[in-house]
Design a protein around this ligand. Structure first.
Ligand SMILES: [Zn+2]
Length: 255
């Protein structure tokens, strides 16, 4: 399994893209602006999209992606897996015939470009030899993280989240964890804002990470532009001995 980070920033700026993670060449986790760096050929290989939640930085690339693959369909829709609330938000506010066409009914309802698949936390969705476990997390809107398994390897992606117990229980339940990609959007000085908006700051992450039994490397994501160095320094200060690094656009993980 190959994981390639197309975008992992909490905002945009020079060469910064929002969340989109490519798994091998056919699966996306989230569809932020990082999608825009995929070649037309690579866009055409996408078959499955797992969405953590409806926030714009995680879905902003989806409407244009759908438009691009309109002529490249391989006889089946692009399958989108996410919670009911996220599907409803996309139907109401994006694919509503005003902001963007309803591609779940185009070119016709029996042969659409995209198809929504409702999932709930706890569901395991298999795509060939890869499995995605949806894990409930705590954010401002209904959100799931994903625990991705390929063979014996596991990678966790928190999605956007603040303090919770469910993610850590799910991670502790697998025999090994090869990497954890986790949201740390704000520095400690903005802890009230982080708590209010459903994100970790270094201090709250360290409190929850204490329950993780795996010595996995921690990759920090979704950091607000301009605060990356400060957040990284603060996380390393509260997690001595733990491998902690800043996730970067273009990073690749081979498992
Ligand atoms: Zn969010």
């Amino acid at each position: 399994m190959k994981i390639r980070i197309l975008g992992c920033s909490g905002g945009i700026g020079a060469r910064q893209r929002t969340t989109a993670i490519l798994v091998d060449d056919d699966i996306l986790i989230d569809a932020g602006t990082g999608l825009g760096d995929l070649s037309l050929e690579d866009v055409g290989k996408l078959r499955h999209i797992f969405l953590t939640h409806a926030h714009l930085d995680h879905v902003a690339g989806l409407p244009m992606l759908v438009d691009t693959v309109f002529d490249q369909r391989l006889g089946s829709p692009l399958e989108i897996y996410t919670q009911t609330e996220t599907i409803q938000a996309l139907r109401d506010h994006v694919f509503n015939g005003v902001i963007w066409p309803d591609f779940t009914r185009l070119p016709d309802a029996d042969d659409p470009v995209i198809r929504f698949n409702e999932i709930v936390a706890g569901d395991r969705i298999g795509v060939d030899d890869r499995e995605f476990l949806a894990v409930a997390v705590e954010h401002a809107v209904p959100t799931v993280g994903f625990l991705v398994r390929s063979g014996e390897f596991h990678v966790g992606f928190s999605g956007d989240t603040g303090a919770n117990t469910t993610l850590w229980e799910a991670l502790n339940a697998v025999p090994r964890l090869d990497a954890l990609i986790v949201d740390v959007s704000f520095p400690n000085a903005q802890r009230p804002l982080a708590v209010h908006s459903g994100h970790y700051c270094p201090a709250t992450l360290a409190e929850d990470l204490a329950s993780l039994r795996h010595p996995s490397p921690i990759w920090l994501t979704a950091m607000k532009p301009g605060y990356e160095a400060q957040i990284l320094e603060e996380v390393r200060a509260v997690l001595p001995g733990r491998e902690v690094r800043r996730l970067m656009d273009g990073d690749e993980l081979l498992l």
